[in-house]
Design a protein around this ligand. Structure first.
Ligand code: NAD
Length: 461
């Protein structure tokens, strides 16, 4: 394999995972970030985020990895530069592209003399490829006062990793999507990803290769199609979850059990069993932001996107339904003590962006309840990021349960299955558990003395 020189701009969930994975495959990677605290941790071999296997892979790839805040130390030599900075939502739903703009300018000002592929890995609106190209060109020409012909090409390479299994997903992706107009850029990226496509690298012990893993399909597309693939994928998954939640709400009314319904439909190959778990709904940094961006793009082009819009409405309404479940059981929420099990938007991450738990906590607090929360890894992030939220944090789930009026499971951390539930019930003022993910063993909870309320199960209404 030819080792290539790579720069990655942004060392968040996506940039760091990408950089570390490529370094592990044998490329020479320089990661650039503007956050000095992140860089300080990275230089000590520590990951600034909680992501299983990430620090271990950083250690294995150490010889091929550098970290800097200087574009000048990363870009001039690079054959491939990834843009992996954040694209958070603006109030109107469209993505805030200020970080992409800054990264593209920084790249343009530091392009070297060799051919370089500038890759958009951030999720960016359709048409961003052309926009980034113009920014890079302008910055280059502004700095050097000469045209940059044929020196670089822009490609789109959307990322599909899931937080919590980012290393696994980067080493063993379902597919790699590359969009570019310039065949030379496609060739460079094919060579970069060759070890992944052919699965010719040794699997790390902590991230074993899945059985029956074959070559990874490389989808080559034009720029606009690659950009749309990312939004369409996230919108489809969001729709699937909201669909099952809508059916779950009906199941509660008619006395059906959503888990039986989900299995009954999911085993149809055309539907598939995944993303059919009824519950609190989706959160995280991507689905909310990307569905809003897709709708904003539709508006820009005069097209309504009612299915995606409905998926959002059902999703955010689902959070309120959890509060309603508690209210129905407790009658009055004012003055009650509610313990949240889980804050992170999903297990195995400390990411709290658009986390349902925080939204539910705010709603409960507005209604006068006292909110406590436990999470195995996200408490520090919560204290740091939301210092004004009046939530009391507990390291120990049993202490959380002490004298509580109800528990609401929001994140399906596997360790919650192994809690001492009889002791939890004993400790509570009222042993009520609302299982917002249908995750716990209902029968065991009933035996432990709980009143158990799930999602999409009629008999509890
Ligand atoms: P993040 O917020 O975790 O990381 C972004 C990083 O970029 C930060 O460390 C920030 O300091 C750095 N940065 C900002 N401006 C910079 C600049 N000018 N130069 C250098 N560094 C800069 O974001 P993320 O979750 O990794 O997401 C990045 C992109 O990938 C987004 O567009 C997102 O939609 C997309 N994406 C995210 C996921 C996910 O699961 N998080 C999955 C697929 C795609």
């Amino acid at each position: 394999m030819k080792s290539m020189k790579v720069a990655v701009i942004g060392t968040g969930y996506v940039g760091l995972t990408t950089g570390v994975t490529l370094a592990y495959l044998g490329h020479q990677v320089t990661c650039v970030d503007v956050d000095p605290a992140k860089l300080a941790l990275l230089r000590q071999g520590k990951a600034p985020i909680y992501e299983p296997g990430l620090e271990e892979l950083m250690e294995l790839a150490r010889a091929n990895l550098r970290y800097t805040d200087q574009y000048a130390e990363a870009v001039p030599e690079a054959e491939v530069v990834f843009i992996a900075v954040g694209t958070p939502s603006l109030p109107d739903g469209s993505p805030d592209l200020q970080y992409v703009r800054a990264a593209a300018r920084g790249i343009g000002e530091h392009l070297g003399n060799g051919f370089c592929v500038v890759v958009n890995k951030s999720t960016v609106p359709i048409g961003s490829g052309n926009w980034v190209e113009s920014l890079v060109r302008e910055a280059y020409e502004g700095r050097y006062g000469r045209k940059c012909r044929g020196q670089f090409a822009v490609a789109s390479n959307p990322e599909f990793l899931r937080e919590g299994s980012a290393i696994h997903d980067s080493l063993y992706p379902d597919r790699i999507v590359v969009g570019a107009e310039d065949p030379k850029a496609l060739e460079v990226l094919y060579n970069l990803y060759r070890p992944l496509i052919e699965q010719s690298f040794p699997a790390p012990t902590f991230a074993p290769r899945p059985e029956r893993m074959e070559a990874v399909p490389l989808i080559t597309a034009d720029l606009a199609s690659a950009e749309l693939i990312k939004y369409a994928a996230n919108a489809f998954l969001s729709v699937k979850i909201s669909f099952i939640n809508e059916i779950a709400n009906l199941a509660e009314r008619v006395g059906a059990d959503i888990s039986q319904v989900a299995r009954g439909i999911g085993l149809d190959n055309r539907i598939g069993t995944r993303f059919l778990q009824a519950g609190v709904g989706w959160g995280g940094s991507c689905f909310g932001k990307d569905t809003a961006a897709l709708i904003a793009t539709g508006q820009e082009y005069g097209l309504a996107m009612p299915i995606v819009q409905a998926a959002r409405e059902v999703n955010y309404r689902q959070r309120e339904r959890m509060v309603e479940k508690l209210q129905r059981e407790l009658k009055i929420l004012k003055g009650r003590t509610i313990g949240l099990l889980g804050l992170a938007f999903k297990p195995n991450t400390d990411d709290l962006r658009d986390a349902p738990a925080l939204d539910i906590a705010r709603r409960l607090i507005e209604r006068g309840a006292w909110v406590r929360a436990h999470d195995p890894v996200a408490l520090d992030n919560a204290r740091r990021s939301y210092p004004d939220l009046p939530i009391t944090y507990y390291e120990d789930p049993l202490a959380l349960a002490e004298e509580a009026d109800a528990l609401l499971l929001v994140t399906e951390w596997s360790q919650y299955r192994k809690l001492d539930w009889p002791a939890m019930a004993q400790a509570m003022r009222r042993p009520l558990l609302v299982d917002g993910r249908n995750f716990l063993d209902r029968r065991a909870l009933l035996q432990a003395g709980f009143r158990y309320v799930g999602v999409g199960v009629g008999e509890q209404e």
